[in-house]
Design a protein around this ligand. Sequence first.
Ligand code: OGA
Ligand code: NI
Length: 402
Amino acid sequence: MIMVRSESEVDGEVEDLHDSISSDYDREKELKAFDDSKAGVKGLIDAGVAKIPRIFVRPADELKELRLQGTGNNLKVPVIDLGLPSSGSQIELEEDKININRCNPEEILDELRRASEKWGFFQVVNHGIPTSLLDDMLEATRRFHEQPTEVKMEFYSRELMRKVKFSSNFDLYQSPAANWRDSLFCVMGPDPPSLDELPETCRDAMIEYSKQVRRLGFKLFELLSEALHLNPHYLKDMDCAAGHIMLFHYYPACPEPELTMGTSKHSDPDFLTILLQDHIGGLQVLHQNHWVDVPPVPGALVVNIGDLLQLMSNDRFKSVEHRVLANCVGPRVSVACFFTTHLHPSTKIYGPIKELLSEDYSPIYRETSLKDFIAYYDSKGLDGNSALTHFKLSNLTESMGS
Ligand code: OGA
Ligand code: NI
């Protein structure tokens, strides 16, 4: 737990800390050595490091911020009961077969609307995916990351166009400090990789979970369309659910969690994210200037609005910044499903939805293609700034005027 301390106390601490870390280091060289090891952060733990390498140490101003911030303990991320029946492994593929039979549909829409407008983040229960499958998926993720490095290395890559790859810090060479996290990345839709492209240790769970999470995504896009007072198929027709990428994250226990982050502050570059987290905790969202915990709820999934849905909804729905603290009790495992078409971006043009605009409600963003949006996000890395700023019309006028 982070204690709130006085500013001068913290200044002293952060100075001492940075004095103790030698400043003469060749960052590029150390990044390269870490990358070349192909063993990720887990490889450092396996080698028995007692101190974190300097490439992981956050800049001094950020460490100060991290120590000063209290958590908004009295604020709670909404939990929404979707009232969907749990599907067994034989899931029906026709979406209309899902019916909301336990809760009042109007109430669910109101809750989803409020949560997407105010928080941009919520948890869902009774979402239709069996808890046993969630457990299998987390276990399979752990198995992948804990298999011998030689086997994992085969998947290590930074190639943009690769569908299945293992790496640590996709933005290793761009970000100010590396994150204490490894990830397996797979583009699972619209065309899933063939069986032999997927790692053997986890492929069964990946395929089954991917099917079911896609189905839940379809349902959520219908509900979110309705929450925006649009026809239920609107967001699906805009290809928001046409593809999904899955990231299987592993956050090893960290010997010095106060000096680094599991995932630094960012918002997601997609339409919507469905996240499965284990019991360890550490995920926080920025709400009313407070970092609020997203506590693990057994059987629940975390859902958040992505940048592209904020852009399309013209800021009605919020793509909120979030982060994961490094922990000393891990490993922590999570599985993020990003709804976006990545390797073959949809050719649709995305801008504020016309039906949502009026004389008093003019567009805040310019239109963009997914390709341009993703290229911009990737070139920037997780630098703590929202990619959306770049697409604001006000910025365009300013730069044209100057
Ligand atoms: C992400 C993310 C959170 C987590 O993958 O974008 O925010 O808990 N993950 O791993
Ligand atoms: Ni995220």
